[in-house]
Design a protein. Structure first.
Length: 236
């Protein structure tokens, strides 16, 4: 049974006993908690990469699970929740993770599990610094960013293989340059799930492309997006 929610908004500069407030009723809808600095873009054009999300519905299988690695506040996980048996959404950054959990709860996505870990290679396992370059959580990376760091946050890192997932039908991968390391810690998961398709973001990382080829994938360009690709198994 779905829950009925409402968002009560109160002025943080007033006493908590002040009863001036506004509210929004939330029920039977997808509810995304998104960074305010992008509000006008979202209102004008919809959520980021909405056309890709809609296209991903065609790749879905309700008997399989989906892994959303680098989920941010969950636009992919929430939007695709009706198309998979189970979705595991990974987001290491604390405040972004809280927004992810809030959106999942307010959307009644009972089959989406939020996991507060970064995913990486065996060499990265443990506590690592996440380099934060924007207040909205976009671009945060375990690697050295090319833009100034505004803060750092210690996050927990595990390999994907350590979760022992099977029956994976689809993976969305966006870890801001750390994709190759994620793959290095995911080889058993990919094998056990018969090499599921992987939607990933990259900016001319040829070492990553070669690694995909070496483990049995071909890279497919997605029309209209220069930084987003689909890795599809050549073994199927």
């Amino acid at each position: 049974m779905d829950s009925l929610y409402f968002i009560l908004s109160k002025d943080k500069n007033k006493e908590i006993t002040n009863n001036d407030a506004s509210y929004i009723v939330v029920n039977n809808k997808y509810n995304y908690i998104l960074p305010y600095n992008n509000i006008y873009s979202h209102l004008d054009k919809g959520i980021f990469k909405n056309s890709i999300i809609e296209w991903c519905q065609e790749l879905s299988n309700k008997e399989k699970i989906m892994l959303d690695i680098g989920s941010h506040t969950g636009t992919f996980s929430i939007s695709l929740s009706n198309f998979y048996k189970k979705i595991y959404a990974f987001e290491p950054q604390k405040m972004t993770y809280y927004a992810l959990c809030g959106g999942v709860a307010l959307s009644n996505c009972h089959n989406v599990e939020c996991i507060n870990y970064a995913i990486g290679s065996p060499d990265q396992v443990g506590n690592c610094n996440l380099n934060i370059i924007r207040e909205d959580g976009f671009g945060s990376t375990l690697l050295d960013p090319k833009t100034p760091i505004i803060s750092q946050e210690v996050v927990r890192v595990r390999t994907l293989d350590s979760f022992n997932f099977t029956n994976v039908g689809f993976i969305k991968l966006n870890t801001e340059g750390n994709e190759l390391n994620v793959l290095k810690g995911s080889l058993n998961t990919l094998k056990e799930s018969n090499n599921p398709s992987i939607l990933f973001k990259s900016n001319n990382n040829y070492e990553l492309y070669n690694f995909f080829h070496d483990i049995g994938y071909t890279i497919i360009n997605i029309l209209g997006y220069s930084d987003t690709f689909l890795a599809a198994s050549i073994k199927k």
